[in-house]
Design a binder for this molecule. Structure first.
Ligand SMILES: CC(C)(O)CC(=O)SCCNC(=O)CCNC(=O)[C@H](O)C(C)(C)COP(=O)(O)OP(=O)(O)OC[C@H]1O[C@@H](n2cnc3c(N)ncnc32)[C@H](O)[C@@H]1OP(=O)(O)O
Length: 257
Protein backbone atom coordinates (compact mmCIF):
# COMPACT_ATOMS: atom_id res chain seq x y z
CA UNK A 1 0.00 0.00 0.00
CA UNK A 2 1.25 3.52 -0.82
CA UNK A 3 1.22 5.84 2.16
CA UNK A 4 1.36 9.66 2.16
CA UNK A 5 1.55 10.47 5.87
CA UNK A 6 3.32 7.45 7.40
CA UNK A 7 5.87 4.82 6.48
CA UNK A 8 5.45 1.20 7.52
CA UNK A 9 8.01 -1.56 7.25
CA UNK A 10 8.89 -4.87 8.86
CA UNK A 11 12.18 -5.21 10.75
CA UNK A 12 12.63 -8.83 11.81
CA UNK A 13 9.54 -9.64 13.87
CA UNK A 14 8.68 -5.96 14.41
CA UNK A 15 6.26 -3.79 12.48
CA UNK A 16 7.75 -0.29 12.46
CA UNK A 17 5.39 2.62 11.77
CA UNK A 18 6.78 6.12 11.37
CA UNK A 19 4.45 9.14 11.39
CA UNK A 20 5.69 11.28 8.52
CA UNK A 21 4.23 14.76 7.97
CA UNK A 22 7.43 16.73 8.68
CA UNK A 23 6.12 20.11 7.51
CA UNK A 24 3.24 19.97 9.99
CA UNK A 25 5.05 18.47 13.02
CA UNK A 26 3.26 15.18 12.25
CA UNK A 27 -0.12 16.77 12.99
CA UNK A 28 -2.71 14.02 12.90
CA UNK A 29 -5.11 14.57 10.00
CA UNK A 30 -7.80 12.15 8.82
CA UNK A 31 -5.51 10.66 6.16
CA UNK A 32 -2.72 9.95 8.65
CA UNK A 33 -5.10 8.27 11.11
CA UNK A 34 -6.63 6.16 8.35
CA UNK A 35 -3.16 5.08 7.14
CA UNK A 36 -2.05 4.38 10.71
CA UNK A 37 -5.11 2.22 11.30
CA UNK A 38 -4.50 0.36 8.02
CA UNK A 39 -0.87 -0.32 8.98
CA UNK A 40 -1.88 -1.53 12.45
CA UNK A 41 -4.51 -3.83 10.87
CA UNK A 42 -1.87 -5.21 8.47
CA UNK A 43 0.67 -5.90 11.24
CA UNK A 44 -1.99 -7.46 13.46
CA UNK A 45 -2.87 -9.89 10.65
CA UNK A 46 0.76 -10.66 9.73
CA UNK A 47 1.80 -13.81 11.64
CA UNK A 48 5.50 -12.87 11.31
CA UNK A 49 4.98 -9.60 13.20
CA UNK A 50 4.97 -9.99 16.96
CA UNK A 51 5.35 -6.41 18.16
CA UNK A 52 4.62 -2.98 16.70
CA UNK A 53 6.72 0.17 17.22
CA UNK A 54 5.27 3.61 16.47
CA UNK A 55 7.57 6.58 16.18
CA UNK A 56 7.77 10.03 14.60
CA UNK A 57 10.72 12.29 13.83
CA UNK A 58 13.39 13.71 16.14
CA UNK A 59 11.39 16.97 16.29
CA UNK A 60 7.91 15.60 16.79
CA UNK A 61 6.19 12.35 17.57
CA UNK A 62 2.99 14.25 16.75
CA UNK A 63 1.84 17.79 17.61
CA UNK A 64 -1.76 16.67 18.03
CA UNK A 65 -4.82 16.69 15.84
CA UNK A 66 -4.50 18.79 12.70
CA UNK A 67 -5.88 22.09 13.95
CA UNK A 68 -6.22 23.54 10.45
CA UNK A 69 -8.27 20.54 9.34
CA UNK A 70 -10.63 20.57 12.31
CA UNK A 71 -11.02 24.30 12.97
CA UNK A 72 -14.09 24.71 10.73
CA UNK A 73 -16.04 21.72 12.02
CA UNK A 74 -19.50 22.33 13.42
CA UNK A 75 -20.95 20.46 16.37
CA UNK A 76 -23.31 18.55 14.10
CA UNK A 77 -20.48 17.45 11.78
CA UNK A 78 -18.29 16.38 14.70
CA UNK A 79 -21.18 14.52 16.32
CA UNK A 80 -22.55 12.87 13.15
CA UNK A 81 -19.16 11.57 12.00
CA UNK A 82 -18.26 10.67 15.60
CA UNK A 83 -15.05 12.65 15.10
CA UNK A 84 -12.01 11.02 16.77
CA UNK A 85 -13.73 7.65 17.34
CA UNK A 86 -11.57 5.98 14.68
CA UNK A 87 -8.40 7.09 16.52
CA UNK A 88 -9.12 4.43 19.15
CA UNK A 89 -8.11 1.58 16.78
CA UNK A 90 -4.62 1.55 18.23
CA UNK A 91 -5.92 1.01 21.75
CA UNK A 92 -7.58 -2.23 20.55
CA UNK A 93 -4.36 -3.72 19.14
CA UNK A 94 -3.89 -7.20 20.56
CA UNK A 95 -0.19 -7.43 19.79
CA UNK A 96 2.23 -5.44 21.97
CA UNK A 97 2.73 -1.84 20.80
CA UNK A 98 5.60 0.44 21.86
CA UNK A 99 5.61 4.21 21.33
CA UNK A 100 9.08 5.65 20.69
CA UNK A 101 8.68 9.37 21.35
CA UNK A 102 11.14 12.13 20.46
CA UNK A 103 10.23 15.81 20.39
CA UNK A 104 6.65 16.95 20.79
CA UNK A 105 3.89 14.54 21.79
CA UNK A 106 1.09 17.04 22.30
CA UNK A 107 -2.67 16.69 22.41
CA UNK A 108 -3.61 13.78 20.16
CA UNK A 109 0.10 12.92 19.90
CA UNK A 110 0.29 12.34 23.66
CA UNK A 111 -3.04 10.48 23.50
CA UNK A 112 -1.79 8.23 20.70
CA UNK A 113 1.39 7.46 22.68
CA UNK A 114 -0.73 6.61 25.75
CA UNK A 115 -2.79 4.12 23.69
CA UNK A 116 0.44 2.13 23.25
CA UNK A 117 1.47 -0.44 25.86
CA UNK A 118 4.46 1.58 26.97
CA UNK A 119 6.37 4.66 25.96
CA UNK A 120 10.12 4.95 25.50
CA UNK A 121 11.10 8.61 25.39
CA UNK A 122 14.08 10.42 23.94
CA UNK A 123 15.76 13.03 26.17
CA UNK A 124 14.16 15.81 24.09
CA UNK A 125 10.59 14.45 24.38
CA UNK A 126 7.87 16.86 25.50
CA UNK A 127 4.43 15.68 26.53
CA UNK A 128 1.33 17.78 26.96
CA UNK A 129 -2.41 18.15 26.56
CA UNK A 130 -2.65 21.78 25.39
CA UNK A 131 -6.22 21.48 24.08
CA UNK A 132 -7.49 23.88 26.75
CA UNK A 133 -5.45 26.66 25.07
CA UNK A 134 -7.51 26.08 21.91
CA UNK A 135 -10.82 26.29 23.75
CA UNK A 136 -11.42 22.52 23.72
CA UNK A 137 -10.55 19.50 25.88
CA UNK A 138 -8.68 16.30 24.97
CA UNK A 139 -10.91 14.06 22.84
CA UNK A 140 -8.88 10.92 22.19
CA UNK A 141 -8.72 9.56 25.72
CA UNK A 142 -6.37 12.14 27.27
CA UNK A 143 -8.52 12.93 30.30
CA UNK A 144 -8.93 9.21 31.02
CA UNK A 145 -5.51 7.76 30.25
CA UNK A 146 -3.36 10.57 31.67
CA UNK A 147 -4.96 10.35 35.11
CA UNK A 148 -4.42 6.58 35.12
CA UNK A 149 -0.78 7.04 34.11
CA UNK A 150 0.30 9.92 36.37
CA UNK A 151 -2.49 10.44 38.92
CA UNK A 152 -5.06 13.20 39.42
CA UNK A 153 -2.80 16.03 40.65
CA UNK A 154 -0.44 16.01 37.69
CA UNK A 155 -3.11 15.14 35.13
CA UNK A 156 -5.27 18.08 36.26
CA UNK A 157 -2.21 20.36 36.29
CA UNK A 158 -1.39 19.43 32.69
CA UNK A 159 -4.94 19.41 31.33
CA UNK A 160 -6.10 22.61 33.06
CA UNK A 161 -2.94 24.65 32.36
CA UNK A 162 -1.92 23.03 29.07
CA UNK A 163 1.69 22.97 30.27
CA UNK A 164 4.31 20.71 28.75
CA UNK A 165 6.19 18.01 30.69
CA UNK A 166 9.75 17.08 29.72
CA UNK A 167 11.05 13.53 29.39
CA UNK A 168 12.57 13.34 32.88
CA UNK A 169 9.38 14.56 34.56
CA UNK A 170 7.40 12.13 32.41
CA UNK A 171 9.64 9.28 33.58
CA UNK A 172 9.39 10.32 37.26
CA UNK A 173 5.61 10.55 36.88
CA UNK A 174 5.25 7.10 35.35
CA UNK A 175 4.14 8.24 31.91
CA UNK A 176 7.19 6.77 30.20
CA UNK A 177 9.09 3.61 31.01
CA UNK A 178 12.59 4.88 30.16
CA UNK A 179 14.47 7.83 28.70
CA UNK A 180 17.30 7.39 26.21
CA UNK A 181 19.47 9.70 24.07
CA UNK A 182 17.67 10.92 20.93
CA UNK A 183 20.02 9.04 18.59
CA UNK A 184 19.35 5.75 20.40
CA UNK A 185 15.56 6.00 20.55
CA UNK A 186 14.45 3.89 17.61
CA UNK A 187 17.15 1.23 18.12
CA UNK A 188 16.20 0.95 21.81
CA UNK A 189 12.52 0.51 20.90
CA UNK A 190 13.38 -2.02 18.18
CA UNK A 191 15.58 -3.95 20.62
CA UNK A 192 12.73 -4.07 23.15
CA UNK A 193 10.36 -5.16 20.38
CA UNK A 194 12.70 -7.92 19.19
CA UNK A 195 13.08 -9.15 22.76
CA UNK A 196 9.29 -9.27 23.03
CA UNK A 197 9.18 -10.99 19.62
CA UNK A 198 11.26 -13.90 20.95
CA UNK A 199 8.66 -14.62 23.63
CA UNK A 200 5.45 -16.62 23.39
CA UNK A 201 2.77 -14.70 21.50
CA UNK A 202 -0.22 -16.22 23.34
CA UNK A 203 1.43 -15.41 26.70
CA UNK A 204 2.21 -11.85 25.54
CA UNK A 205 -1.34 -11.26 24.36
CA UNK A 206 -2.80 -12.62 27.58
CA UNK A 207 -0.37 -10.56 29.68
CA UNK A 208 -1.54 -7.46 27.81
CA UNK A 209 -5.20 -8.39 28.25
CA UNK A 210 -4.72 -9.00 31.98
CA UNK A 211 -2.80 -5.76 32.61
CA UNK A 212 -5.28 -3.68 30.62
CA UNK A 213 -8.21 -5.18 32.51
CA UNK A 214 -6.87 -3.50 35.67
CA UNK A 215 -8.20 -0.21 34.33
CA UNK A 216 -11.60 -1.62 33.49
CA UNK A 217 -12.60 -3.78 36.44
CA UNK A 218 -12.43 -4.40 40.18
CA UNK A 219 -9.35 -5.90 41.85
CA UNK A 220 -11.08 -9.23 42.54
CA UNK A 221 -12.48 -9.51 38.99
CA UNK A 222 -9.09 -8.55 37.55
CA UNK A 223 -7.32 -11.18 39.65
CA UNK A 224 -9.90 -13.77 38.61
CA UNK A 225 -9.35 -12.97 34.92
CA UNK A 226 -5.59 -13.10 35.46
CA UNK A 227 -5.85 -16.53 37.10
CA UNK A 228 -8.05 -17.93 34.31
CA UNK A 229 -5.68 -16.63 31.63
CA UNK A 230 -2.74 -18.03 33.62
CA UNK A 231 -4.48 -21.44 33.79
CA UNK A 232 -5.18 -21.41 30.06
CA UNK A 233 -1.51 -20.94 29.22
CA UNK A 234 -0.88 -24.47 30.54
CA UNK A 235 -2.72 -25.60 27.39
CA UNK A 236 -0.02 -24.08 25.15
CA UNK A 237 3.04 -25.81 23.69
CA UNK A 238 5.01 -22.69 24.62
CA UNK A 239 4.44 -23.23 28.35
CA UNK A 240 5.80 -26.80 28.04
CA UNK A 241 8.76 -25.56 26.00
CA UNK A 242 9.47 -22.59 28.29
CA UNK A 243 9.61 -24.70 31.45
CA UNK A 244 11.46 -27.62 29.77
CA UNK A 245 14.08 -25.19 28.43
CA UNK A 246 14.53 -23.73 31.92
CA UNK A 247 15.08 -27.21 33.40
CA UNK A 248 17.51 -28.10 30.58
CA UNK A 249 19.36 -24.76 30.99
CA UNK A 250 18.82 -23.67 27.38
CA UNK A 251 17.03 -20.86 25.55
CA UNK A 252 13.39 -21.73 24.80
CA UNK A 253 12.28 -21.97 21.19
CA UNK A 254 8.72 -20.68 21.31
CA UNK A 255 6.38 -21.60 18.46
CA UNK A 256 3.60 -19.24 19.47
CA UNK A 257 1.02 -21.92 20.05
C1 LIG B 1 -6.95 15.04 19.49
C2 LIG B 1 -7.60 16.07 20.35
C3 LIG B 1 -9.07 15.96 20.27
O1 LIG B 1 -7.28 15.82 21.68
C4 LIG B 1 -7.27 17.51 19.99
C5 LIG B 1 -5.87 17.92 19.70
O2 LIG B 1 -4.91 17.22 19.57
S1 LIG B 1 -5.73 19.61 19.48
C6 LIG B 1 -4.05 19.87 19.06
C7 LIG B 1 -3.18 19.99 20.24
N1 LIG B 1 -1.85 20.40 19.86
C8 LIG B 1 -1.42 21.64 19.91
O3 LIG B 1 -2.13 22.57 20.29
C9 LIG B 1 0.01 21.89 19.45
C10 LIG B 1 0.04 22.87 18.30
N2 LIG B 1 1.42 23.15 17.86
C11 LIG B 1 2.28 23.91 18.56
O4 LIG B 1 1.99 24.37 19.65
C12 LIG B 1 3.59 24.19 17.94
O5 LIG B 1 3.50 23.97 16.56
C13 LIG B 1 4.73 23.31 18.50
C14 LIG B 1 5.01 23.72 19.97
C15 LIG B 1 4.42 21.83 18.42
C16 LIG B 1 6.02 23.56 17.67
O6 LIG B 1 6.30 24.95 17.62
P1 LIG B 1 7.38 25.52 16.57
O7 LIG B 1 8.65 24.77 16.70
O8 LIG B 1 7.42 26.99 16.78
O9 LIG B 1 6.78 25.14 15.12
P2 LIG B 1 5.53 25.81 14.38
O10 LIG B 1 6.02 26.87 13.46
O11 LIG B 1 4.47 26.18 15.35
O12 LIG B 1 4.98 24.55 13.54
C17 LIG B 1 5.58 24.12 12.33
C18 LIG B 1 4.47 23.85 11.34
O13 LIG B 1 3.65 22.80 11.86
C19 LIG B 1 2.30 23.24 11.92
N3 LIG B 1 1.62 22.59 13.05
C20 LIG B 1 2.11 22.34 14.27
N4 LIG B 1 1.21 21.73 15.03
C21 LIG B 1 0.10 21.62 14.27
C22 LIG B 1 -1.19 21.08 14.50
N5 LIG B 1 -1.50 20.49 15.67
N6 LIG B 1 -2.08 21.13 13.51
C23 LIG B 1 -1.79 21.67 12.32
N7 LIG B 1 -0.57 22.19 12.02
C24 LIG B 1 0.36 22.16 13.01
C25 LIG B 1 2.41 24.74 12.11
O14 LIG B 1 1.21 25.39 11.76
C26 LIG B 1 3.55 25.07 11.17
O15 LIG B 1 3.12 25.04 9.83
P3 LIG B 1 2.98 26.40 8.97
O16 LIG B 1 1.85 27.17 9.60
O17 LIG B 1 4.29 27.11 9.09
O18 LIG B 1 2.65 25.94 7.59
Amino acid sequence: MAYECITAETRGTTGLIRLDRPKAMNALNARLISELNGAVDGFEEDPHVRCIVITGSEKAFAAGADIKEMQGKTFVQAYREDFIAEWERLSRARKPVIAAVAGYALGGGCELAMMCDFIIAAENAKFGQPEITLGIIPGAGGTQRLIRAIGKAKAMDMILTGRVMDAREAERSGLVSRVVPVGELVDTALEAAERIGDLSMPALMMAKEAVNSAHETTLSEGCRLERRLFHSLFATEDQKEGMKAFAEKRTPQFRHR
